[in-house]
Design a binder for this molecule. Structure first.
Ligand code: VGL
Ligand code: ZN
Length: 181
């Protein structure tokens, strides 16, 4: 039973420079994330990857009154992962319904159940965007009773000020911030 899980949040083409909703320098954390995936895998941790997986009529899209450009539409190149995941990684698709937004990997998914069933107590979080899906996932992980660590050298935010604020908010909620591991 793995005590630990690495949760890789939304490392998808549309969130990288050149994508539909780019996180500035989002691609610069790819090597770090790949290294964490390898290292956690080696020590027997569960590898989880969340993905934004929207239908093409999702409410978060500007054309439908939402805040974001069309991004991460199911089964399109923009929704593909840009990191190297092992074949046995658990893939969690979120925000898959047209009328529901979900920033957290726990929202509307069975992620908490899967982690508990596998005996996971500690989760380590990396990915994008720090102030949206990373933060929401980390705060929900705390609420579900996990011990939560943020891998600070393997996250990226959309706006630097907002990213700093989000990290403080996570810390106040009980997330342990690790400069690196
Ligand atoms: C995200 C905005 C819209 C994220 C997803 O992954 O942080 N941000 N959809
Ligand atoms: Zn989205």
């Amino acid at each position: 039973m793995p005590e630990e899980a690495l949760i890789v949040v939304d490392m998808q083409r549309d969130f990288m420079p050149g994508g539909a909703l780019p996180v500035p320098d989002g691609d610069r954390i790819i090597p770090r994330v790949n290294e964490y995936i390898r290292r956690f895998r080696e020590k027997g941790a569960l590898i989880v990857a969340t993905r934004d997986w929207h239908p093409d009529n999702h409410i978060s899209f500007r054309e439908l009154g939402g805040p974001w450009p069309r991004h991460c539409v199911q089964n399109t190149p923009g929704a593909e992962f840009v990191v190297e995941l092992p074949a046995d990684a658990v893939i969690i698709s979120k925000a898959t319904e047209p009328d529901k937004e979900a920033y957290s990997g726990f929202e509307g998914t069975n992620l908490a159940g899967i982690l508990k069933e596998k005996g996971v107590r500690r989760v380590y979080i990396c990915g994008v965007a720090t102030e949206y899906c990373v933060k929401a996932t980390a705060l929900d992980a705390v609420k579900h009773g996990f011990e939560v660590y943020l891998l600070k050298d393997a996250v990226k935010g959309i706006k630097p000020g907002d990213e700093e604020m989000a990290i403080r908010e996570m810390e106040e909620a009980g997330v342990k911030i690790l400069p690196s591991l």
